[in-house]
Design a protein around this ligand. Structure first.
Ligand code: NAP
Length: 281
């Protein structure tokens, strides 16, 4: 039986720190406020938005939703973001992605003020991560994976860590964060050969493919520490990670459950970055 690396406990420790910071900000008359920009009314976005607002309310962060039509022009969206950049009440801006295909995502990304960029879309903030400066805003999912490793005291220095994902939202920034902790990192992707051999020889494996139950016991050993970032539906329509939990959990040393693992920490990271943005205002 593996030790379960539960996200809830990590999130609750992040929230404790946040509460203290919010109290200190209140004494200066400051209230952290998140501006959410949502295009259209996709049910997934609405449900994510509700969860963020609830989390904001619970901790004392204000949130304001700026809803626009799906057919908004890039220029209009950029104008809205520029208004939010200048709005002294808004500490941080979150633009829901993916954006519709007709929107120039680069223009939107570049328009967000780096000091309000709590979802780390702006190239300047990503550049900092790649330079090894971890004091600013980070992409929330890789930061959540790092917080789990830190919370459970999993050593990274000199360890072999395999990241299966090379996207700019997960794999690449995560690799930089792991390198910063002196891990030896291997990035794998869809063209990687002998994936099972690579993962079996790693100390920590971060799986982030988005394919339910892809990784069975052949990918791991009894010392494996598995961080499962993947979230998708299995053949029965049930939320599942990339690791086949029933087959891998009895074998490996530690594993994050899905749901209740990385995803449970991501929103707390986002909110902590809103608090950071407010502190820096
Ligand atoms: P993505 O851009 O589709 O990236 C998937 C990665 O997996 C790519 O690098 C891809 O390789 C690689 N891959 C696909 N099939 C593979 C295979 N057979 N063998 C090895 N590598 C393979 O997805 P993403 O946006 O980074 O998200 C990845 C997963 O994380 C999704 O399940 C998403 O839902 C989840 N996610 C979770 C959270 C959270 O808070 N928990 C947040 C964001 C995303 P190529 O580059 O070669 O295509």
């Amino acid at each position: 039986m593996a030790e379960l690396l539960k996200g809830k406990e990590v999130a609750s420790s992040i929230k404790d720190t946040m509460r203290r910071d919010i109290e200190a900000l209140a004494k200066e008359g400051k209230v952290p406020t998140l501006g959410i920009v949502r295009l259209g009314d996709n049910p997934g976005d609405i449900s994510y938005e509700r969860s963020i607002i609830k989390n904001c309310d619970n901790i004392g962060i204000k949130s304001k939703v700026f809803e626009k039509d799906l057919d908004i022009k890039t220029e209009e969206l950029v104008e809205l973001i520029e208004e939010l950049n200048d709005n002294k009440e808004i500490s941080g801006i979150l633009v829901f992605r993916p954006l519709p295909k007709h929107i120039d995502e680069e223009a939107v990304r570049d328009a967000i003020s780096p000091s309000k960029d709590v979802d780390c879309m702006h190239p300047l903030n990503l550049e900092k991560i790649f330079e090894g400066n971890m004091d600013g805003f980070a992409p929330c999912t890789p930061k959540a994976a790092m917080e789990i490793l830190k919370f459970y005291g999993i050593p990274l220095e000199g360890k072999n860590v395999v990241v299966i994902n090379r996207s700019m939202v997960v794999g690449k920034p995560l690799t930089m964060m792991l390198l910063n902790e002196n891990a030896t990192v291997t990035i794998c992707h869809s063209r990687t050969q002998n994936l099972d051999e690579i993962t079996r020889n790693a100390d920590v494996v971060v799986v982030a493919l988005g394919k339910a139950k892809f990784f069975d016991e052949k990918y791991f050993n009894e010392k494996s520490i598995v961080i499962d970032v993947g979230v998708s539906l299995d053949e029965n329509g049930k939320l599942s990670g990339d690791a086949d939990f029933d087959k891998t959990e009895p074998l490996v040393d530690k594993i994050t459950p899905v749901p209740g693992g990385v995803g449970a920490v991501t929103t707390s990271i986002l909110l902590s970055q809103v608090v950071l943005a407010c502190k820096n205002m």
